[in-house]
Design a protein around this ligand. Structure first.
Ligand SMILES: [Zn+2]
Length: 361
């Protein structure tokens, strides 16, 4: 699995019909332009999710109006490359689950590669984006991105503890450099540059964020606030990562940064100076690190918690990386099918939501 990591390193339906009872209030009003405003809330029953045929006259579930389990499916765009194989895998995902919106943490780094054609980059990203998706922001420590934002690149510290390969840096490098090592002011420049780049290319103004390697330390959080981002998805439990990342600095950093985050941790507020961010934990981690069964187990734990107290929803976050979608998106696809089945057995509603739906009352 380290290899998968290394690979990464190297490499509306806005449901106009807010379906089936969940009227999730958008606490964070959409600042997105284009056709990709955040989805307020999407509910679907098991068959909807499995077949994508939810509009074919099926009866509404009798329990769909309860808070239920809110599933957030996220995609991290690493800024490495946009291969047709991975984008095709994402298209297949969208075809199988047309009613599941994705929280897409897009990356402006693609636009900064040598010789990149902005139009071609935009076309590629668009292949995997659908109306109703939330378009957030993901940042890794790419040299060309940081330099484009007029920030002096730092080659360390890296997730793996090993120095960057100088030959790699001839093109671009820095994916594995922890962005939390930069100052708040430096990070703000990179965040603002990234937001402006994505906005200029039609992806709206991001309001949510996930840090590369989940490294949203203090300077990152401050910079998010400075740049007007209000929702962070970087908290992650270290236990699912402990196998793949054993002995690597990244695992220690995750443990230090998110010591109390577990598979059942729910959204909460993080104070940042006089302000605050909403943290939506990546409690089911990402598919490169967890199996389908492990994702489903996170869902099952949420069902157990929900059955103890049905007055408020339980939020589950699962997802994958664009750059390894061809290898790992299928794990999430199988998990969604099984989740739908378990929900039906447990007689609990499942709502597929973006950030606004996850943090709605
Ligand atoms: Zn990443």
């Amino acid at each position: 699995m380290r290899r998968a990591l290394r690979l990464l390193a190297a490499q509306a339906m806005i449901l106009s019909k807010l379906i089936r009872g969940l009227v999730a209030l958008p606490l964070f009003a959409s600042a997105c332009g284009g056709d990709a405003a955040p989805t307020e809330g999407v509910a679907a029953d098991a068959d909807d999710v499995v077949t994508g045929e939810g509009d074919n006259g099926k009866e509404d579930s009798t329990f769909a109006s309860e808070p239920g389990i809110r599933v957030v499916v996220t995609v991290d765009w690493e800024g490495t490359d946009l291969s047709s194989a991975n984008l095709a895998a994402m298209e297949a995902f969208r075809t199988q689950f047309p009613k599941v919106p994705l929280v897409q943490f897009l990356n402006a780094a693609y636009y900064t590669k040598a010789g990149a054609s902005a139009a071609a980059v935009t076309r590629s990203i668009r292949r995997a984006v659908r109306a109703g998706d939330e378009l957030g922001l993901h940042i890794h420590g790419w040299k060309r991105l940081f330099e484009a934002a007029d920030v002096t690149f730092r080659a360390e510290p890296t997730f793996w503890g090993s120095p960057l390969d100088a030959s790699e840096c001839l093109t671009d490098c820095g994916h594995e450099v922890a962005i939390s090592s930069y100052s708040r002011a430096e990070l703000r420049k990179v965040i603002d540059y990234s937001i402006a780049t994505l906005q200029r290319n039609g992806f709206g103004h991001a309001t949510s964020f996930r840090a590369g390697g989940w490294m949203a330390g203090a300077t990152v959080r401050g910079a998010l606030l400075d740049s007007g981002l209000t929702v962070d998805h970087s908290a992650v439990p270290s236990s699912p990562l402990s196998g793949e990342l054993r002995g690597l600095p990244l695992l220690d950093w995750v443990k230090t940064l998110w010591p109390r985050t577990s598979a059942t941790t729910q959204p909460y507020s993080i104070a940042v100076g006089s302000g605050s961010l909403v943290e939506i934990p990546d409690n089911g981690a990402l598919a490169d690190y967890v199996t389908t069964a492990e994702m489903v187990a996170v869902f099952d734990s949420a069902v157990t918690a929900y059955k103890h107290d049905r007055s408020h929803a339980q939020v589950v976050s699962i997802g994958f990386h664009q750059e390894t979608a061809a290898d790992y998106a299928s794990r999430v696809q199988r998990a969604l099918v099984t989740i739908a089945s378990h929900a039906r057995t447990a007689k609990v509603a499942v709502h597929y939501v973006t950030s606004a739906g996850a943090i709605a009352p």
